[in-house]
Write a protein that binds this ligand. Structure first.
Ligand code: ADP
Ligand code: MG
Length: 881
């Protein structure tokens, strides 16, 4: 099937006398492409153009992995010892711990992965194909063998192709070959899925899709390659390791103490293992991952799509945002409202991209503007089209659509200058684009890239400069249009030679209104201590006017041109490190330098980019931001965050969610560590008294709290909504577990809970007849006292759950209902408490009994005690700061 088609194509282009034409890349492939019906049939036959899902480790092996990691093995060993030592209850309990923990971790991991997968589906890749004789945009997955694909700079090659036409089309094949220099590929050459079009445009015919592509073969080989761990991974690993070694250390101390107080070494060993088990934070890692995944999902709901979970955390610590102007700060809804020509100025009014409008100006100026408009439209790839709802829409670049609409408003629809024989595509370094039509070069581009190339009869260029300054100062985006009749042989192959001695046709002034949410977002950024810079390829005065309008250019603001940036990196950093700077006429290389210079000054930099050459800057930035609607595949591939709505304000929303997610991780860490203090206290008292003071909590009870009652509230804290003042604080980059957190947990929350716990225990003992100095009771009385301690800790944790909802404010200021999940979790916790205490056999295994009423009363104080002490502490801290 494949060969005949290819031959047919080549024959046809030869038949048109066209070796030259085909090679030039100017007149693209003369083919109608497949019919829609044929494409559908082939799609059914060959399946979607999708890489086969990486072969995943089967679920049961992933589950087993959760049951056999280092800590789990430690637990298995402990359990075996328990059986050998004749303590089957403990042995079974430890196995239950392993299984519950393993399943918990497994479920969390699966949920996180599912969430990450779903994120990937939110950003479909669309490509342009030729079908039924027309250019169509289709989902890349619907591509079939034989489809004619239109390739443009910055696009991803969606399947294996044979190029049918290629002029100056280069490909970045680094994903397949590792070679970073783009390579030139001409007609007949094969290009492969997963590579990118670096520059130029071409068309190719699909030779293989999905699993048959070369990329699929390579992917199958390299699925084992892992990404290196990011900063958050390392941080979590650090915490887990510290806590793990800490608990083993505590366990060892208890072992030694038990031996000293004369307990048999077997019992002492089991004791030590039990303590270690209780303190080891097994569930931490998956809980963090799940928190990040939930954060990522909330972001996706707000149109911010993160491409790796790590970015959720990095976003939260962003201190500097470098944003482009067109499309991100502005709506990218262009409209040519004014045209300057050597014959005079014309004003135009028209709705959207409709080809009708109102034109005012002197007759010769209108005629000249029409000529300029047609030339500009001819030098475009994009245009306008009437869609099914009778609305005129932009096809491709909105700026080009605006020019097409403008041309139609002046010259009437359908005016065509003839077939394009060559195109010198837009490139952000040249900042212009031209075509050759019927021996004439038609060009459009940034005025400062065009005016110096124009012939200058009678100070025309000076007059143009004046008009330009005037339009730019009003925030209009200005484009120059020019032409040249090519007579010298040979110049038509070299853009630099061809784009000279131009006849200036005019300047087109375009409106591009700011996005409505942008001014508020900029204020929010300021409130959040985040500096914002505008980096644009546009004219300095246009950029200044827009920056003023949206409130970006503050009193300390500055507008510099890319070429005027200091060479020295330190000077550059010092210059940039302010809020509201505008860098105009910036090149991709300069963007990269800006990101580096800011990072050298300690900034966490988010940078937007949409162009082919923005990849390096996006990768350099801590958060590369690409656009989901506009922009290129190359930029999206290099980005950490994709704005599905292209809106600057969405970056701020993402920062807020990032901060909130980080805060949530700290919340459940605080909560989890608090119970550890209360769990350790009984052992400490028992050890310090040389075994005289009875043990208030046993190992089984501790396990029961850690993996029973504590579990759901910790999860619910991970889903806490962002607090109102998330964006009212300066950014901070601190460790997840830092001094503040430790002081709060080990100095405030933990001790309060422990005091209530021991009070409840003592009251229960007093009720049983014990008096200070006397013999401690044993048997049923001790079991009831232990039940009191257990109840106090669980209830203390209820208080702690609410206290941990905020690090600065008491829970009654947050609204009790704003975290529904937590209310349910606490309810479940209380039900679990009743079961653990009241169901006879369960209570027997755990080693406690229902406490006397008096002790129960004390235990109930756990909730208010923790809440009150915590809020007093928060008050004092706030006053103190
Ligand atoms: P930005 O999007 O930040 O305004 P770009 O780098 O995309 O900057 O464009 C820089 C300048 O190049 C624009 O201000 C405009 O004058 C010119 N330009 C942009 N796109 C085209 C194009 N397709 N054809 C000709 N000139 C263009
Ligand atoms: Mg642009």
């Amino acid at each position: 099937m494949l060969y005949p088609l290819l031959v047919a194509v080549t024959r046809r282009s030869r038949g048109r006398g066209g070796g030259v034409q085909a090679d030039s890349g100017a007149r693209l492939l003369d083919s109608d492409g497949l019919t829609g019906r044929e494409a559908a049939a082939r799609l059914r036959r060959d399946g979607p153009n999708q890489l086969p899902a990486a072969r995943r480790v089967p679920w049961w092996r992933r589950l087993i992995a959760q049951l056999t990691h280092f800590f789990a093995l430690l637990l298995w060993f402990a359990s075996a010892l328990a059986f050998v030592a004749g303590m089957p209850e403990l042995g079974i309990a430890v196995i239950v711990v392993i299984v519950v923990n393993g399943i918990f971790a497994f479920v969390q991991q699966e949920r996180a992965e599912k969430a990450a997968e779903r994120l990937g589906e939110l950003l479909p890749t669309t490509i342009v194909v030729r079908r039924d004789g027309a250019v169509r945009t289709v989902d890349a997955r619907d591509l079939v063998v034989g489809d004619v694909v239109v390739l443009t700079g910055g696009g991803r090659v969606p399947a294996d192709l044979t190029l049918a036409v290629a002029g100056r089309c280069t490909f970045d094949e680094s994903t397949l070959t590792g070679e970073s220099e783009p390579v030139l590929r001409t007609a007949g050459a094969a290009v492969f899925a997963g590579t990118f079009v670096a520059e130029g445009e071409s068309e190719g015919i699909v030779t293989a899709t999905g699993a048959n592509t070369r990329l699929a073969g390579i992917a199958a080989l390299t699925t084992s390659v892992r990404r290196p761990p990011g900063p958050l991974d390392l941080e979590i690993q650090r915490i887990v390791r510290t806590l793990a070694f800490g608990s083993v250390g505590v366990g060892a101390v208890f072992f030694a103490v038990s031996l000293l107080v004369g307990i048999s070494w077997q019992d002492a060993f089991l004791f030590a293992v039990g303590i270690t088990v209780a303190l080891v934070p097994e569930g931490l890692l998956p809980t963090v991952t799940l928190s990040l995944a939930m954060g990522a999902q909330r972001m996706a709901r707000d149109n911010a799509l993160v491409r790796n979970l790590e970015a959720v955390e990095t976003l939260g610590s962003t201190t500097f945002i470098c944003t482009d102007k067109t499309g991100t700060l502005t709506q990218n809804q262009m409209n040519v409202v004014e045209a300057w020509t050597p014959a005079g100025t014309v004003a135009v009014r028209g709705e959207g991209y409709a080809p009708t409008g109102e034109v005012t100006g002197p007759e010769p100026a209108v005629a000249a503007a029409a000529t300029a408009g047609l030339a500009g439209a001819a030098a475009s790839k994009g245009g306008i089209t009437l869609d099914d709802d009778d609305e005129w829409r932009a096809v491709g670049d909105p700026m080009e659509a605006a020019i097409a609409a403008f041309a139609a408003r002046l010259a009437g629809p359908g005016a065509q200058p003839g077939p394009v024989t060559r195109r010198f595509v837009f490139d952000p370094r040249r900042r212009r684009e031209s075509v050759i039509v019927g021996g004439q070069l038609l060009l459009k581009g940034a005025p400062d890239a065009v005016l110096p190339r124009c012939a200058d009869p009678g100070e025309l260029v000076d007059r143009a400069e004046e008009a330009l300054a005037d339009m730019a100062s009003r925030g209009l985006r200005v484009l120059a249009v020019a032409r040249r009749t090519l007579t010298d042989p040979g110049v038509e192959t070299d853009p630099d030679l061809a784009e000279r001695d131009l006849e200036l046709l005019g300047l087109l002034g375009m409106e591009d209104p700011p996005r409505t949410a942008v001014p508020a977002a900029l204020r929010a950024a300021r409130g959040a201590g985040i500096k914002v810079a505008m980096l644009t390829g546009d004219h300095p005065e246009t950029a200044r006017a827009i920056a003023r309008e949206i409130g970006l250019l503050g009193p300390a603001g500055l507008v510099v041109q890319g070429k005027d940036l200091p060479e020295d990196d330190q000077l550059l950093g010092a210059l940039l490190d302010r809020d509201g700077i505008v860098i105009s006429r910036v090149s991709p290389e300069q963007k990269l330098r800006v990101a580096k210079a800011l990072q050298d000054r300690g900034h966490v930099v988010a940078m937007t980019g949409d162009g082919v050459n923005d990849g390096p800057a996006l990768r350099q930035a801590d958060i590369g931001v690409a656009m989901g609607e506009g922009g290129t595949d190359v930029a999206r591939e290099a980005a950490d965050l994709v704005l599905l709505d292209d809106d600057f304000a969405t970056i701020l929303t993402a920062v807020e969610q990032g901060r909130a997610t980080y805060a949530n991780i700290r919340r459940f860490l605080s909560y989890h560590l608090t119970s550890n203090v209360a769990e350790l206290t009984p052992f400490a008292l028992w050890g310090l008294s040389g075994g005289q003071f009875p043990l208030a909590l046993g190992v089984l009870q501790i396990l029961c709290i850690d993996i029973g009652t504590d579990l759901l509230p910790a999860l619910a804290l991970g889903g806490e909504p962002p607090s109102r003042d998330t964006l009212k604080r300066p950014p901070e980059r601190r460790h997840l577990v830092d001094g503040t957190l430790l002081v709060r947990v080990f100095g405030v929350l933990g001790p309060t809970e422990a005091i209530v716990e021991m009070s409840a225990f003592l009251v229960a003992l007093l009720v049983a007849g014990w008096r200070p100095g006397g013999e401690f009771p044993t048997g049923a009385a001790l079991l009831a006292a232990s039940g009191a301690a257990f109840t106090a800790v669980v209830l203390g944790q209820v208080g702690a759950a609410f206290a941990c909802r905020s690090a600065t404010r008491p829970p009654w200021q947050l609204g009790w209902g704003s975290n529904r999940l937590l209310l349910w979790a606490v309810l479940a916790e209380l039900v679990a408490l009743v079961v653990f205490l009241g169901v006879g056999p369960v209570a027997d295994v755990l080693g406690h009994a229902v406490p006397p009423l008096e002790a129960l009363g004390v235990a109930l104080l756990g909730i208010p005690a923790v809440l009150v002490v915590d809020s007093v502490y928060k008050r004092v801290r706030r006053r103190w700061q």
